[in-house]
Design a protein around this ligand. Structure first.
Ligand code: PEP
Ligand code: MN
Length: 337
């Protein structure tokens, strides 16, 4: 990192700063400018608190050179990462679609969806069994029964399943049933949960937090990877802004930005990203063109009677239409589906 010192730094402040940096293990290269001194500090800055460093008297500015995430950084694997579960392939030139209801409601519902989305070309089945609901009075998911139904839908359809893990107490049961563990937006910075999924081998779909910066999101991925699990799929699902016309503001610029800084596959969830059925198709198309590696789409056989998120769910014919439209775009992007 580069430390720019103030014009008025005293000898005492300078000595304190240099001693602090050396204690942290940095090698110092001092550049004497006309008005200011600049320090090129070489070493592992992961142990350093930037806010603290900038608060040291005499310090004007601290400029990091490397990203604070190491394992998730693009430089760690410039060729990109492919995550493969059954026929679902995400990243490194592969595009995959995961679809299914917000929540598993019944055997009939999940079987119908699984069959329909498979026919349309989806390679993964999503469905919530433990649901993070804003109100404690809303439907909370079928819990273990939901997991069992998902698992039967997998046997029947051959599609790998994705379901959310909300609490550490459910880690064992959820990992036993699912193929990919979803960490929801509300848990993106639940560091204990991130560490726990990092210590097991199944891939993790990590949703961006409701108000998380891209750096915080990538640091959350780093938590999982630092525990030994390299299989993290990032999912942009919209962030909270002042806009109320949509449920969230889908940050499509995050796709190329994250892909320039990180080697992990990025999928987009235009269902939660917009909260509006009519916006799902245009945003899915835009996501493909912005460089996404996949999509996560809520699909329900009868959205008008869904137990959760019906307003943003597509029915099966709508999903089939979406798949037909995006296939062309995926090809245009030079990716395989
Ligand atoms: C979901 O995928 O059903 C969900 C609750 O998503 P998020 O965590 O992005 O709100
Ligand atoms: Mn939902």
């Amino acid at each position: 990192m580069v430390i720019v010192t103030s014009q008025k730094i005293t000898q005492e402040e300078w000595d304190f700063l240099c001693k602090k940096l050396e204690d942290w293990g940095f090698q110092l290269n001092v550049i004497q400018g006309v008005e200011k001194k600049v320090i090129g500090a070489v070493g592992d800055k992961r142990r350093v608190d930037f806010q603290f460093l900038e608060s040291i008297p005499g310090v004007e500015k601290v400029i990091p050179i490397l990203s604070p995430y190491k394992l998730a950084a693009k430089d760690a694997r410039p060729e990109g990462t492919l995550i493969e579960v059954g026929d679902l392939k995400l990243g490194k030139g592969y595009f995959g679609v995961i679809a299914g209801p917000c929540a598993v409601e019944s055997e009939d519902q999940i079987f119908k969806v699984a069959e329909g989305i498979k026919k349309a070309g989806a390679k993964g089945l999503r469905g919530g069994a433990f649901k993070p609901r804003t109100s404690p009075y809303s439907f909370q998911g079928l819990e273990e029964e939901g997991l069992r139904l998902l698992s039967r839908a997998r046997t029947q359809s051959g599609l790998p399943i994705v379901t959310e893990l909300m609490n550490l107490t459910e880690l064992e049961i959820v990992t036993e049933y699912t193929d990919i563990i979803q960490i929801g937006a509300r848990n993106m910075q639940n560091f204990g949960l991130l560490r726990a999924v990092g210590r097991q081998p199944k891939p993790v779909l990590l949703k961006r937090g409701l108000a998380a910066t891209i750096e915080e999101w990538l640091m959350a991925a780093e938590y999982i990877m630092a525990e030994g699990n390299p299989s993290v799929i990032l999912c942009e699902r919209g962030i909270r802004t002042f806009e109320t016309a949509t449920r969230n503001t889908l940050d499509l610029s995050a796709i190329p930005l994250v892909k320039s800084r990180c080697h992990l596959p990025v999928v987009v969830d235009p269902s939660h990203g917009t909260g509006k059925r009519k916006l799902v198709l245009p945003m899915a198309k835009a996501a493909v063109m912005a460089g996404a590696d996949g999509l996560l789409i809520e699909v329900h056989p009868d959205p008008a009677n869904a137990w959760s998120d019906g307003e943003q769910s597509l029915n099966l014919p709508e999903f089939q239409d979406l798949m037909e439209q995006i296939k062309v775009l995926v090809q245009l992007e030079g990716k395989k589906m």
